[in-house]
Structure formats: structure tokens, C-alpha cells
Design a protein around this ligand. Structure first.
Ligand SMILES: C[S@@+](CC[C@H](N)C(=O)[O-])C[C@H]1O[C@@H](n2cnc3c(N)ncnc32)[C@H](O)[C@@H]1O
Length: 455
């Protein structure tokens, strides 16, 4: 049984750990030449995972925390395609593109803001450089249901896309107006029907709790409607309100945001509702049908986490292409320019648009392993860790073990010589449980305005 009474006191700012170290540690101390060397020296037997950032949206959704460019200008988008092509060409002069591709993701922004023809141009160009997509590669796209038509879905399906993710956020009209994203149920339903017609293997929908004017009652109705769409996965995000970083979030009247106790009730109801309708909880914000591969992977302790969230595909080098995109190698993270002018200038100069990143030292790699295991599988196999790093866990992490004792006393986790394992309630507080292993936490502890709250 989940125990919600324990949550409120844990509500404090904390990272989501899509990477460790987090993006706050990315800097220009990791220079261009070193980056080029790293991608040139990648182990060719490791497969590739490709991420393409297609940043355009017509209008701002006020809650949005993503890196987005607002435009309605066709020429801006065509120009971006040309730069993507040139970036791919430069990339191919440094990276062995004949390696196997096991995964590709189009994220945004709104990738389907590009027309069917434009999407086809982008996909064909990618495949001309990367000829070795494996059979059954996981190919996915984020879709705003207000911007998808049959031609686009057909182009994606023919190109091997087998997963889509629809942004819903909330079905309540008052909430939708407050966040500047009016999206009637029928619009989402049509998008869902298209995905089914074109045989997408897995359809995910995103909802957010913590948005303006949401109450337990309104969210119950949102969930009821979302369930009628019969998605394979739900991502139910806790609204990350960071108006000091995202200007458009300042348009949200903070007095209309639900209080933490209301949010907890929403979360509690969501878990009860989805699990009683056949979905399994996967960590803090994901639910999937039991036959879904995410659920099978977690049972085997083989779930991984990267910038796109949870994945069953570990052990690949992630290559990010496009404005602001992030890549990940064995011991480094790298990010492209966020500013379009700088992005274009780098490519005009014949360089990859790399802006900054971080190279992991030995301590980072050790902590990365622990944090990612906890974040993905909610369990750490201490013996396996000790073998891998040749380190005594209880000595190396004496501080963290001490910090986790209150969690153990509250039955949020169990800890012995062999395992740290979260209870079901503990999985919801996984960010808090991972934080004691984060060496950079102390540096940021004084600043309240760094991370969103964990509850
Ligand atoms: C790049 S966006 C969505 C793609 C597409 N443009 C759409 O709007 O449907 C990916 C998802 O991140 C989630 N998201 C965005 N901003 C968020 C925030 N501030 N807090 C929590 N989740 C957020 C939303 O659920 C969104 O669907």
C-alpha cells in the first residue's frame, strides 16, 4: 500500500536525473577539439541511438519547459532543414555512420509542425548517412495532436516509425485555456485513430498534474477520457514550474496552481485508477500495460534512463542532432548550441554545433552508475557494483548510507549488504533517494531556484 502521508515533508527541489552529472554541470571546459576526438574514437561495436531536435511550435504552451522556437514562417523551417543536412554531413566526417542504429527519436518542439514532405526529406537524408538501422529499431516521434494529419502519419509509418507520443496534458477546458493550449478531446481521438490505423506498436500519452485550476475532480475526468483512448503507456508528469528559467511560465498565475496536498491526492488517485485498469507503475511518472517491454525490462533490472526518459535500449552512444540537442558517450555528455544564430554560425564555419558538455571523471562514473540504477530499476545490486568498480560500497558511500537511514526507517527502502531496494512508496520519491549520491548537490543546496520541486 502506498503511504502518502510521508510525502509532503520530502517536497524539495531536486533533479530528474536524465543525466548525471546534470546539465547544470555542463560547461565550456569541455572543448570542441576534445569533443571531436571523443566521437572519432567511439567504439564502433557500440550501437547508435539518434536524437533529432525539431524545435518549432506555432504558439507557446505556458507550462512548457522544453527548448522551443516559436514561428509560423515557412522559410525559417526550410532553412532549418538545410542546416540539419549540413550538420549531418559534418557529423559523418567524424563519426562512423555505418554502425548499427537501434533507436531514433524526433523530439521538440513539435516535429509534426513540419509537413509530410518535409518530414520525408529529413528522414531520407538521415537514412542516406545512417544505412544500418536494425530490424525492429525503436523509432519514435513526439506529436502534438493538433498538428498531425494522415500524410504525416503515413510518411512516418513507411519510414519505420513504430512509436508515437501524444501530448495531452489535461482535457479540462478551463485548465487548457489557462495554459494556452486548447485541444478538444476529438482532436486527440483523431490522432490516436491515425496512430492505430498506421500500426504504431506503442502509443504513449503525456498528462501533467500541477497545472492551473486542476483539482482532484477535474483530473479524474481527464483520466477517464484519456483511458478511453487505450494508450499503451502513460507519462504522468509533475508540472515543473521554473519561471525564473522559462519566461512563458510567468504568464501562469501562481495563485491558481494546486497546492501540494491536492497534487498528492491527484497522484494517489492516478495510481489507483491506472493500476486498477490494468496498467503497471514504472517508477515515478510512467505507467505501461503489463505486456509492454518497459515493464518486462524493469522486472529483469534492465531498464535504462536517458534524455528521452526510460528505455530498454542501453549500451548505445546517443548522438544529438539539431539545435540544443544533447548527446551521450561512455564518459561524456555534449550539448549543441541553444541559440539559432550560434548554431548556424558553427555549421557555416564547417564545425559541428557543439557548445558545451561535461567529461565524467572516475567519481562521476561511479555515482552515475548508482544514480541511474536507482532511477531506472529502483534497486541497486551492491555486489554487482563492487565487482564493476572494485570499490567497497559502504566505505565509498558512508555519507549517502547515513543520509538514507531515515528513508529506511520510514520503510521507503530496504538496505542491506547486498541491495538497496525501494518500496512502492519509495519509488515515487526516487529523486530524493538518488540525491544523497549526487556529489554536486551541496553546491546547489543554497539556491532554491535551480531545480523544480520533487513533489
Ligand atoms: C516536447 S514536449 C511535447 C511535444 C509536443 N510539442 C506536444 O506539445 O504535444 C514533451 C512533453 O513534456 C512535458 N512537459 C513539458 N513541459 C513540462 C513541464 N514544465 N513540467 C512537466 N512536464 C512538462 C509535456 O507533457 C509534453 O507533452
Amino acid at each position: 500500500m502506498l503511504d502518502f502521508s510521508k510525502f509532503l515533508k520530502y517536497s524539495k527541489p531536486g533533479p530528474r536525473y536524465t543525466s548525471y552529472p546534470t546539465a547544470l554541470e555542463f560547461s565550456d571546459a569541455y572543448g570542441y577539439d576534445e569533443y571531436i576526438q571523443k566521437i572519432q574514437n567511439q567504439d564502433p561495436s557500440r550501437p547508435l541511438s539518434l536524437y533529432f531536435h525539431l524545435p518549432f511550435c506555432r504558439n507557446a504552451c505556458y507550462f512548457c519547459g522544453c527548448n522551443v522556437v516559436f514561428t509560423s514562417k515557412e522559410d525559417k523551417m526550410l532553412r532549418y532543414i538545410e542546416y540539419l543536412k549540413r550538420e549531418l554531413k559534418i557529423l559523418s566526417s567524424h563519426l562512423d555512420c555505418n554502425r548499427q542504429v537501434i533507436q531514433m527519436h524526433f523530439g521538440g518542439g513539435t516535429p509534426t509542425f513540419f509537413t509530410a514532405e518535409q518530414l520525408k526529406v529529413i528522414i531520407d537524408e538521415i537514412k542516406s548517412y545512417f544505412p544500418n538501422f536494425i530490424d525492429g529499431a525503436e523509432i519514435s516521434c513526439e506529436i502534438d495532436p493538433r498538428h498531425i494529419d494522415e500524410d504525416q502519419m503515413r510518411v512516418m509509418s513507411e519510414a519505420g516509425f513504430n512509436r508515437v507520443s501524444f501530448g495531452i496534458q489535461d482535457f479540462n477546458e478551463k485548465v487548457q485555456i489557462a495554459v494556452h493550449r486548447v485541444q478538444p478531446y476529438e482532436v486527440t481521438k483523431n490522432a490516436m485513430d491515425l496512430a492505430r490505423k498506421y500500426n504504431m506498436v506503442s502509443v504513449n500519452v503525456d498528462l501533467i498534474y500541477g497545472l492551473p485550476f486542476q483539482t482532484l475532480e477535474t483530473f479524474k475526468e481527464t483520466l477517464r477520457l484519456a483511458l478511453t483512448l487505450d494508450p499503451d503507456r502513460f507519462a504522468i508528469f509533475n508540472y515543473a514550474h521554473v519561471p525564473w528559467m522559462k519566461k512563458t511560465m510567468r504568464k501562469i498565475d501562481e495563485t491558481t496552481l494546486p497546492m501540494p496536498d491536492e497534487k498528492l491526492q491527484i497522484m494517489q488517485y492516478t495510481i489507483d485508477f491506472l493500476t486498477s485498469h490494468g496498467y503497471k507503475m514504472i517508477g515515478m511518472d510512467h505507467f505501461a500495460k503489463p505486456e509492454d517491454e518497459l515493464f518486462k525490462a524493469i522486472k529483469k533490472g534492465e531498464l535504462h534512463r536517458n534524455f528521452q526518459g526510460y528505455t530498454t535500449k542501453g549500451g548505445a552512444d546517443l548522438i544529438g542532432v539539431g539545435l540544443t540537442s544533447i548527446g551521450e558517450g561512455v564518459d561524456s555528455y555534449n550539448q549543441n548550441f541553444k541559440d539559432m544564430k550560434e548554431y548556424e554560425k558553427a555549421i557555416d564555419d564547417g564545425k559541428l554545433p557543439f557548445e558545451r558538455g561535461v567529461v565524467l571523471n572516475e567519481d562521476d562514473l561511479i555515482r552515475q552508475y548508482v544514480i541511474m540504477e536507482l532511477m531506472s530499476n529502483f534497486k541497486l545490486d551492491i555486489r554487482r557494483f563492487e565487482k564493476l568498480f572494485n570499490i567497497e560500497f559502504k566505505t565509498y558511500f558512508a555519507d549517502a548510507i547515513e543520509a538514507l537511514k531515515p528513508f529506511a526507517e520510514e520503510e521507503l527502502l530496504t538496505m542491506d549488504e547486498n541491495y538497496i531496494e525501494c518500496s512502492e512508496t519509495g519509488t515515487l520519491l526516487i529523486r530524493n533517494i538518488a540525491m544523497p549520491f549526487d556529489a554536486y548537490m551541496k553546491k546547489h543546496a543554497a539556491s532554491k531556484k535551480t531545480f523544480s520541486k520533487t513533489v
